[in-house]
Design a protein around this ligand. Structure first.
Ligand SMILES: C[S@@+](CC[C@H](N)C(=O)[O-])C[C@H]1O[C@@H](n2cnc3c(N)ncnc32)[C@H](O)[C@@H]1O
Length: 246
């Protein structure tokens, strides 16, 4: 595929426009059917540990209300439900209808899960509504990172926690970059028949904020007690911050 035709199907990770948003949306609509299987393969199953660690940072208790921004197929909801229990609720939001349809199927018998198609940059929830909010492998795809973080902070209650889990452009092992840029698109090509999408996922990681910059971004939107750590030899990072009590 030539560079020109490639750029017509792939979002440019560094562009910040509604064009990028619709290309990201189209891409996730295309890969929705194989997304979960590919996650298992690409992360060698480790994404489950990272997701557990990220959800624990939310400090959820039974009966609480949690929000999963960019929920995709709703995988993270499965980690949040045991934390909030039968008396709590989990809301998942995503702008890809095809990703959401997998989540809908998955949680069709779960009365305390609500799935909404919407934009992470303009969350359709009132201020101070949730006890905690999380975004997992989503922030790297949005066109305005500070706005996504501001929205998460707006919809959680004072004292609530917000968490980001995502790939990091600063892995400690040099071979990780090779894995992300060369091996991951091959796996994506073989299993999802969409190597371009997995090429984008690799490139969007390289253009993404470092863990230190993400910590600053959390602080800049008004989070307190911000922590940042890396997992998997620096290839994944995790930030948590608290909305200050008024
Ligand atoms: C890599 S998937 C992550 C899915 C899930 N959170 C997980 O950890 O497996 C990224 C998701 O972000 C969604 N997304 C990207 N930008 C968005 C936006 N502005 N508003 C809502 N969803 C968005 C995509 O549709 C996609 O489902």
């Amino acid at each position: 595929m030539t560079e020109r035709s490639l750029s017509s199907v792939l979002p440019n990770p560094s562009q910040s426009s509604t064009n990028k948003a619709s290309q990201v949306q189209d891409m996730f609509n295309r890969i929705a059917g194989t997304y979960d299987t590919l996650n298992d393969w690409i992360s060698m199953g480790f994404h489950k540990q990272w997701k557990h660690a990220a959800c624990r940072k939310l400090q959820l208790k039974p009966g609480m209300k949690a929000l999963d921004v960019c929920t995709g197929t709703g995988d993270l909801i499965g980690y949040l439900l045991p934390l909030v229990g039968a008396g709590g609720t989990v809301d998942g939001l995503d702008f890809s209808e095809n990703m959401l349809s997998h989540a809908r199927q998955r949680y069709q018998n779960q009365p305390n899960v609500t799935l909404t198609q919407g934009d992470a940059l303009a969350l359709p929830y009132p201020d101070d509504y949730f006890d905690a909010a999380i975004i997992s492998f989503g922030l790297r795809n949005v066109t305005d990172i500070p706005q996504a973080l501001r929205e998460m902070r707006r919809v959680i209650k004072p004292g609530g926690w917000m968490v980001n889990l995502d790939t990091s452009p600063t892995p400690l092992l040099p071979g990780m970059n090779f894995y992300f840029s060369k091996i991951m698109p091959l796996i994506g090509g073989a299993l999802a028949k969409d190597s371009q999408a997995y090429q984008y996922l690799s490139e969007s990681t390289q253009h993404f904020l470092t863990p230190a910059q993400l910590k600053e971004a959390f602080e800049a939107v008004g989070c307190a007690q911000v922590s940042s750590e890396t997992l998997m030899l620096g290839s994944v990072s995790l930030q948590a911050g608290q909305k200050s009590l008024r």
